[in-house]
Design a protein around this ligand. Structure first.
Ligand code: 6GU
Length: 238
């Protein structure tokens, strides 16, 4: 019933971190989701409690051991809860996946560290490798926080009436339109007249138009996806 997050990490003290304050923190305190940060090292078996070893074939850095990670996974797995691994080698995270995860029972997240994870771990288990963008973080923990933040705000009763989700940019496949607030004149700049007109249809049309223009200019990748999705829609191309 409640969304259960399990995080497997070498740095459990990084959690809840920012998820302990504001929207997510309030929801955590209210029991709308739960968080279990598991220390991977607790599943090491040798006397030095080692979790990593040198890369086969040579090269820089260290690799996370499959045997230790498997023990951590098998010791904490909950039936029906998807297992994700945060790594820059993963599929890019998108709002559609976030929405589906938030509708489910929760998520278990393995946080990668060092140069990577022994590939054999992924061959014997159902693990979805996920990246949050094309840049390199020092570890998967901050990426896990991003993913959980995106899920938690969608849980029932977490976000207020303000944008219940479906009016949002990425749900529509477009960037959000720009926003304005008072004062009406600031540093010689005014708020677009249509937003003060009280004409709700005109305001809606202006916002859609700006969302489309900005998406085309800033995110041609999203724009292509948006146009492509339209041609497939039952009502046909617009
Ligand atoms: Cl999920 N992990 C790391 N270490 N770096 C990343 C990432 C994840 N996503 C983007 N960069």
């Amino acid at each position: 019933m409640m969304f259960q997050a399990t995080v497997l990490t070498l740095y459990p003290e990084m959690f809840p971190g920012p998820l302990g304050i504001s929207l997510a923190g309030r929801a955590l305190a209210e029991g709308k989701w739960s968080l279990d940060a598991v220390q991977i090292r607790d599943y090491a078996t040798d006397k030095h409690r080692s979790v990593d070893d040198t890369p086969a074939g040579g090269g820089a850095g260290m690799v996370m051991r499959a045997d230790v990670l498997a023990a951590a996974i098998d010791g904490t797995a909950k039936p029906g809860v998807p297992l994700l691994a945060m790594t820059p080698r993963g599929r890019p995270l998108r709002q559609e996946r976030v929405r589906t995860l938030a509708e489910g029972p929760g998520v278990a997240i393995l946080c990668g560290r060092f140069e990577g994870i022994d590939q054999r771990l992924f061959e014997g288990r159902e693990i979805e490798e996920v990246s949050i963008g094309d840049y390199v973080l020092s570890g998967g923990e901050t990426a896990a926080i991003v993913l959980l933040d995106a899920c938690i705000r969608l849980l029932p009763g977490v976000m207020g009436a303000a944008s219940s989700g479906d009016e949002e940019s990425f749900e529509a496949g477009l960037l959000e339109y720009p926003h304005y607030t008072r004062p009406q004149m600031w540093e010689g700049r005014t708020i677009p007249e249509v937003l003060r007109s009280g004409d709700h249809a005109a305001i809606k049309a202006w916002r859609v138009s700006r969302a489309e223009i900005d998406t085309r200019l800033r995110r041609p990748d999203l724009w292509e996806r948006h146009i492509g999705a339209r041609v497939q829609s039952p009502s046909g191309a617009r």
